[in-house]
Every structure is written in C-alpha cells, then in structure tokens.
Design a protein around this ligand. Structure first.
Ligand code: SF4
Length: 264
C-alpha cells in the first residue's frame, strides 16, 4: 500500500504499541469500544488483522470509513511508513473487530481494507463478505501486487485506491522487487475494464521521479482512461509536510488531464 495513502492516524496494533495495551483474548467480544491488540497468539488460520482506525475521513475521499489494516506485504518500498505491517501477523481478533464494526453501522459509510497489502490475506473475500452483510460499502487500498486476487473480489468492491509507484524505469527502485510494474498494470487494466470507481495515486518526490517524468506517467494514465489521480507528497513521517512541493504549473496540467485531481 502507498505509504501516504492511509489515514495519518497510526493504525492501532503496531508492534511497538502492542505491549502496554495488550490483554488476553476476551471470552466475549467487546462491541462498544474499538478492539485492542491481543497478547496471545491467535490461531494460525486467523486473518492477519494488523490494525484498525475506527474513523477516517481521508482513506476513501468523501466517505466516513473505518479502516482495517491487513499485515503482510511482499514489497519493500524504501519510503514505506507501515513497515510494521510488512510482515504477516494477526494482532487483532477478527470476531472482535467485526463485532465493533457492527456497532458502527449507520454511523459510517464504509469499511476500507488497507495494509500492508490487503490482498496478501487469503481470507480477504470472507472479510469483505462480512462487512457487506452489515450494509457497508467496501473500499480497498492496494499496490496492485496480486491481479488474480483482485479479480476474485473486484465485483464486491465499491472503490479502489490503486498505488502507482513510478514509471517503468523507476518502479523496481521504489518497490525493491523485480518486474513489479507488471502486476500493477494488470490491476489497472482490470479496474478500467470493470468500470470500478477507483483512484490512482502516487507517493511522489522529485529525487525519485522528476516532474517531467511524473507528467509523462500521468499523461499515459489519463490516455488509458484513468479519471481520478492524486499526487501525495512524500513525507518523512505521517503528518509531516511534503518534503518537496509539486510545481503549480504541473498541478494545473494534471487538473486539466483528469476529471478529478488532488495534490495532498
Ligand atoms: S506496497 Fe508494501 S512496502 Fe510498499 S508502501 Fe505499501 S505496505 Fe509498504
């Protein structure tokens, strides 16, 4: 997942915060308050819930959403702000998380699955079914690592935020993995073909991709049919200002090319 794409609130359940707040798994789910990380290992088949933000206005633009963070990601982006979510680990009990989400129906519009890479979780289709049954709309943040898994769940998604890491030349330098643009472009092709509501976004710094290359990449995305595009200025930490500002002329061009453009 794109480092700057998730809520600026750190997901609850990050390992460095787990120790003081941990407790034994409750016999009965606590529904009214957000679930806490569990101290004891969860069964091996448990979904890798790595964090929860109970309320977010930024993870699905225009929607009030709870964000469920899945831990596990095979990529190693050098700017990743969620490194604690790169390794698969179940830190929350899904039954408790689900019970909490039940208490928020009518108050929230949606549940967004983020990460890590949420499609790394084999049980994601079942989690999506659970929250759909509650009446939530469902959003997904993905780096586009698993096109086949995306195809499996796409018809159950109302919105997708797809990370575009760089142009062809720079992709693997960002992700630390070979041939990483290929699956991301396959995911983009699927989203365009399915007509799913989605946004492409890039975490950007001119040291990684200068403005000329950024504009060429964006122009190509617009040519392919992408309607929503966001440039998220790379930050040294969540909440910090972007390291380098995108020029106003570039912003003006991007605004012309896309039905919706955001610089965050
Ligand atoms: S794709 Fe994985 S490594 Fe890259 S920013 Fe997202 S979670 Fe971090």
């Amino acid at each position: 997942m794109n480092a700057a794409s998730s809520s600026s609130n750190a997901p609850e359940g990050a390992p460095q915060h787990a120790e003081p707040g941990t407790r034994r798994l409750a016999a009965r789910p606590a529904c009214a308050t957000p679930p806490q990380p569990v101290a004891q290992p969860l069964p091996r088949h448990s979904p890798a819930i790595g964090g929860l933000v109970p309320f977010s206005t930024v993870d699905w633009p225009g929607k009030l959403a709870a964000v469920v963070f899945i831990s596990g990601c095979p990529w190693r982006c050098h700017y990743c702000h969620n490194t604690e979510l790169q390794t698969r680990a179940a830190r929350y009990d899904w039954r408790e998380t689900r019970a909490f989400l039940e208490t928020r129906t009518g108050l929230l519009d949606a549940v967004v699955f983020s990460g890590g890479e949420p499609l790394s979780e084999p049980r994601l289709p079942s989690l999506i079914r659970d929250v759909r049954r509650m009446g939530y709309r469902v959003g997904l943040h993905t780096a586009g690592i698993y096109p086949l898994r995306l195809a499996d769940v796409l018809r159950h998604l109302d919105w997708v935020g797809l990370d575009i890491k760089a142009d062809t030349q720079g992709y693997d330098d960002i992700t630390g993995r070979r041939d990483s643009q290929r699956p991301a472009l396959a995911c983009l092709t699927q989203l365009l073909a399915a007509g799913t509501d989605f946004e492409c976004r890039i975490t950007w710094h001119p040291d990684w991709l200068d403005e000329t290359r950024l504009l060429a990449l964006a122009r190509e995305l617009a040519r392919r049919g992408v309607r929503r595009f966001a440039v998220q200025g790379a930050r040294s930490s969540p909440g910090a200002p972007p390291g380098r500002a995108l020029g106003t002329q570039a912003q003006a061009m991007l605004s012309q090319w896309f039905a919706e453009f955001a610089y965050r």
